[in-house]
Design a protein around this ligand. Sequence first.
Ligand code: NI
Length: 163
Amino acid sequence: MAIRNIRVMGDPILSKQCKEVREITPRIKELVHDMLETMYEANGVGLAAPQVGVLKRIVVIDTTGEDPLILINPRILESSGEQTGGEGCLSVPGKTGTVTRPNYVKAAAFDLHMREFEVEGTELLARAICHELDHLTGKLYVEKVEGQLMDTEEYYELYGEEE
Ligand code: NI
């Protein structure tokens, strides 16, 4: 396993469309493990493959620090409700902005054995799923920020820590 370099906003790869994964090769497995290691090392709750320079529909998420979720070819099946809160991204270091997302999301994805499964989440997990899936179509959360994108420290001084 290895820590990969995280691409930052301004890198053209972050605005490109990702391709479906057709089969799980040793390279895909290595990529997924590297993505998890890279996410944990950066203290993130999610990471999408284009953030490490790979245009494939792969996302890793861990909102609790002990429950990694690997989503291959994910798609949202259902969403409902609304939450408005602070959001950040490892590709936009040191920044936070207010984004409104669904409060509940149900998604389908494949695992590393190409078995399809469903995952549902509320609050932070719902937010993370939406945020990471946006990366797969070349979208960054900064386009959805209400008000100003701020320095993270300044943001939480103003609005307080959430969750
Ligand atoms: Ni992100």
